[in-house]
Write a protein that binds this ligand. Structure first.
Ligand SMILES: NC(=O)c1ccc[n+]([C@@H]2O[C@H](COP(=O)([O-])OP(=O)(O)OC[C@H]3O[C@@H](n4cnc5c(N)ncnc54)[C@H](O)[C@@H]3O)[C@@H](O)[C@H]2O)c1
Ligand SMILES: [Fe+2]
Length: 391
């Protein structure tokens, strides 16, 4: 057993300042001060705002006398309207920074509010393409403190946020280096109440980040090292976190693995994300759950280019057989164990989506990181397989 440490509390300064450990939400008010804010907007979602973890976090701010307001009009796949409403709340309240508290949805809306409060152009002018981020007024970006309450997206250590463009119904990735939160509080106790299903779905998002990063063809050894260790942690701890949600150790290792996945995917993503984004935009499916469903189909499609990499992964995470095929077997077994359906059809995506989704997948920025070049026709075939269950 490698995962034995005297304590699971630590301060990291990579890729930003991270205060990691159970109970550290009690440092929220101090952290807000360190990040340079006096009157933060606390951005969360409508489910979380009813839970004691939000009440406790707000009580920490109130006790320290930190003026703040709460914004929680955030959808599961955030929309432009969510961002516009958040910006209006930010401006009306005279805020000087954002606390992004929640899963990827709330964290991303919070990050976008902090980014957009100082811009004059449309948010979609800052999509993650070429050097579009250089169009931004970097000085106008407000500070962000991020507090993840799911273990999956890793958005707390990422420089991007995802929002749906109503003009073409696509999920767009908005990027700016200064969207990286100044300080992160990664408190695994906040994820203890996460229902088993969402634990499974978000954990598989973390796996898809690491697996796609590991397989993508670009030169980025830092990302590769982090991806491998994240996948070992996920193999050991995701089933435990799903089956025994109160296990704080399992929650802590999954929270770390989630951040690691996001750091690793600076290397690149691939067809799992390229297929998943259109499903969420067109059919409202959960991001991590969709990645989990398409994962084995994409691995098999990419196999000619990734067999050696998968075999190396199998050796590192100690899979029986230690071969590329054993990685596919492991993914299938993990999905079964944590209750992920086998087909897209079971999560509400049927063949009628293919004519629209396949070209969207080709044009998704994640497609550029896939180890095998894929065009719309290839994606149509992949969607057909993932809908019918033909592996
Ligand atoms: N910025 C990035 O790099 C990045 C990466 C991957 C995904 N994303 C985005 O993140 C979003 C998905 O985020 P997610 O998977 O974390 O889900 P989510 O934020 O949509 O949350 C899912 C549900 O879990 C609930 N929830 C969250 N924390 C909880 C807790 N501790 N206890 C009980 N319930 C809790 C929420 O209220 C919500 O109903 C997608 O929109 C996706 O596009 C962003
Ligand atoms: Fe993702």
């Amino acid at each position: 057993m490698l995962d034995t440490y005297p304590s699971l509390t630590a301060n990291w300064s990579y890729p930003t300042a991270v205060r990691f450990g159970p109970g550290r939400i009690k440092e929220l008010a101090e952290t807000v001060g360190v990040a340079g804010m006096a009157k933060p907007l606390f951005v969360t979602d409508p489910g979380l705002v009813e839970l004691p973890i939000v009440a406790n976090a707000l009580a920490v701010l109130a006790k320290a006398g930190t003026a703040h307001a709460v914004f929680s009009k955030v959808d599961g796949n955030p929309t432009l309207k969510n961002l516009d409403d958040g910006l209006a709340a930010y401006r009306a309240g005279g805020h000087d920074g954002v606390i992004s508290f929640g899963g990827g949805s709330a964290m991303d809306v919070g990050k976008l509010v902090a980014f957009m409060c100082g811009q004059t152009r449309s948010v979609f002018d800052f999509e993650d393409r070429e050097d579009w981020w250089t169009r931004a007024n970097a000085g106008g970006i407000a500070p962000i403190v991020a507090v993840p309450t799911t273990a999956g997206t890793g958005s707390e250590v990422g420089r991007a946020a995802v929002v749906t463009d109503p003009s073409d119904h696509t999920k767009k990735i908005i990027f700016h280096p200064n969207m990286l939160p100044r300080v992160v509080i990664a408190d695994p106790e906040l994820t203890v109440g996460l229902p088993a299903k969402i634990t499974a779905w978000t954990g598989m998002d973390a796996l898809s980040h690491s697996l796609e990063a590991w397989c993508s063809p670009f030169f980025h050894p830092l990302g590769e090292g982090i991806a491998l260790e994240a996948m070992r942690l996920i193999k050991e701890w995701l089933p435990v976190a799903v089956e025994d949600g109160g296990n704080v150790n399992a929650r802590a290792f999954m929270l770390a693995a989630s951040s690691m996945g996001a750091v690793a995917f600076q290397k690149g993503l691939g067809a799992m994300h390229a297929m998943s984004h259109p499903c969420s935009a067109l059919r409202g499916t959960h991001h991590g759950r969709t990645n989990a469903v398409v994962m084995p189909y994409v691995l098999v499609r990419n196999m000619p280019a990734i067999a050696e990499r998968l075999a190396a992964l199998a050796r590192y995470i100690d899979l029986p057989g230690q071969s590329a095929a054993s990685v596919v077997e492991w993914v299938l077994e993990l999905r079964r164990r944590i209750g992920i359906p086998n087909t897209l059809k079971e999560i509400g995506v049927d063949v009628d989506v293919i004519p629209e989704a396949a070209p969207m997948a080709e044009h998704d920025p994640s497609n550029g990181g896939n180890p095998v070049p894929l065009m719309a026709d290839d994606y149509a075939a992949l969607y057909r397989n993932a809908i019918s269950g033909a592996l």
